[in-house]
Ligand binder design. Structure first.
Ligand code: IPM
Ligand code: SF4
Length: 478
């Protein structure tokens, strides 16, 4: 029996192991300096390079950074010149110039490997188990799916990491979210994370790193785990992670930047020791049973406003407080909803399948399975935006582009696109969009846009039906 008080044998969580392995030094005020293994950079990071220039600092470890433009790139063409806003065009160009000047590996818009940085990192094997990964973007949590500690940082921290390869952080607390049992047919990783956020709230994970565990998480593919980890930030958490296992090794083996040969074997034996030890304790635990989770959609302006698709728009008069009632009334007004309306009665104008949450090959396969042999409803504009150029090529090799095009979807180039609309791909004001992205905030997809978050299969079902729809009633005919 190990002595629990012995720090060498005390059971540790995956997070504890990762944190301890990256500590450079601790300060008396509770801040810890961490070593950063991988720094992912996107086109919003131009100001960080400028900060370095102003202080006459060089990039310390260009070999540990990687850059690709995603937020500002056009998805109708592959030319930076097609970015209408000159400021954004300059930012996208600056990323290329600054990366090249610093010797940072860079995938430009004309490179098939370009894409949303959170899709490209894992795809290229740049995001590896046991590593500490940062990026100047909140959805960096995605990379935790490979068993990494990955989180978003601000612009000045991006500059700090570029200059020093380290980062000051306060140690977060740990929260384990356990999903026991098996998911039913038509229920996906997106439904899991929407159900988790609906349960714990958009601030439920504040100050914590979440480890997702349990049978339903173990059964998820890597793509599914990335979807779950991606939205950790929408629960307020600092990061999300899943212990690496056989699914992880199989998915990573052979990726361009994953270790090869003897180095792979050596890495594997290290990585196999990463999962939380039996008996390791977490500051908090939350339990959900997979059988409780059904296809979900959001109705409001926070990802926590998620309900099963067969539910009705909630009634503000039943709210727990006056403040909540007023907030709900404002939300319903913005979203153009009436209390008690069936969610399946809501007609959509737009459908967006893509983003770092759900723009991977498996997401496109599940949407295509629903779209196959069917037609997008009249008056609906439906887009599919692959998360990376390689996802696009893979989908084309499988004929998914033809499935989508035949059904009346637009097949676009890779980028963040309508998730945030910074590249001009926006939902017009007042229009309702079924979206596979991660945020439904006021104006998120464009001023006045109304976003309903859901899984790729559910978004495809909405495109076909012209209304929010229960994909279980529209499952592909076999
Ligand atoms: C623009 C970027 C900094 C932002 C983020 O941090 O997440 C964006 O990616 C988003 O999804 O809102
Ligand atoms: S796809 Fe959306 S959520 Fe992801 S990085 Fe781009 S804008 Fe942010």
């Amino acid at each position: 029996m190990p002595l629990l008080s012995d720090p060498m044998t005390k059971p540790r969580t995956l997070f504890d192991k990762l944190w301890e392995a990256h500590v450079v030094m601790q300060r008396d005020d509770g801040q810890t300096l961490l070593y950063v293994d991988r720094h992912l950079v996107q086109d919003g990071s131009a100001p960080a390079f400028e900060m370095l220039r102003q202080r006459g600092l060089a990039v310390r470890r260009p070999d540990r950074a990687f850059a690709t433009p995603d937020h500002y790139v056009p998805t109708a063409s592959r030319a930076l010149g097609d970015i209408a806003d000159p400021e954004k065009r300059a930012m996208a160009q600056a990323l290329e110039d600054d990366s090249r000047a610093a010797g940072i590996r860079f995938f430009g818009i004309d490179d098939a490997r370009q894409g949303i940085v959170h899709v490209v990192g894992p795809e290229q094997g740049l995001s590896l188990p046991g590593s500490l990964i940062v990026c100047g973007d909140s959805h960096t949590a995605t990379h935790g799916a490979v068993g990494a500690l990955a989180f978003g940082v601000g612009a000045s921290e991006v500059a700090h990491v570029l200059a020093t390869q380290t980062l000051w952080q306060r140690k977060p607390r740990t929260l384990r979210v356990n999903i026991e049992g098996r998911l039913s047919q038509g229920v996906s990783a997106k439904d899991v994370i929407l159900a988790v956020i609906a349960k714990i709230g958009a601030a439920g994970g504040t100050g914590h790193v979440i480890e997702y565990a349990g049978e339903a998480i173990r059964a998820l593919s890597m793509e599914g785990r990335m979807t779950v980890c991606n939205m950790s930030i929408e629960a307020g958490a600092r990061a999300g992670m899943v212990a690496p296992d056989d699914t992880t090794w199989q998915w990573l083996a052979g990726r361009p930047n994953a270790p090869k040969g003897a180095a792979w074997q050596e890495a594997l034996s290290r990585w196999q020791r990463l999962p939380s030890d039996e008996g390791a304790s977490f500051d908090r635990e939350v339990h959900l049973h997979a059988s409780e989770i059904t296809p979900m959609v959001t109705w409001g302006n926070s990802p926590e406003d998620a309900l099963p698709i067969d539910a009705r728009v909630p009634d503000p008069s039943t709210a727990a407080s006056i403040e909540r009632r007023d907030a709900m009334q404002r939300t319903l007004a913005y979203m153009g909803l009436r209390p008690g309306q069936l969610l399946t009665d809501l007609a959509v104008d737009r459908v967006f399948i893509g983003s770092c949450t759900n723009g991977r090959i498996e997401d496109l396969r599940s949407a295509a399975a629903v779209a196959r042999g069917r037609r997008v409803a009249k008056g609906v504009e439906a887009w599919v935006v692959p998360g990376s150029g390689l996802v696009k090529l893979q989908a084309e090799a499988e004929g998914l582009d033809a499935v989508f095009r035949d059904a009346g979807f637009q097949w676009r180039h890779a980028g963040c696109s309508m998730c945030l609309g910074t590249n001009g791909d926006q939902v017009p004001g007042g229009q309702r969009c079924a979206s596979t992205s991660n945020r439904n905030f006021v104006g998120r997809q464009g001023p006045g846009s109304r976003t309903h978050l859901m899984s790729p299969a559910m978004a495809a079902a909405a495109a076909i039906n012209g209304r929010l729809a229960d994909v279980r009633r529209l499952l592909p005919a076999h």
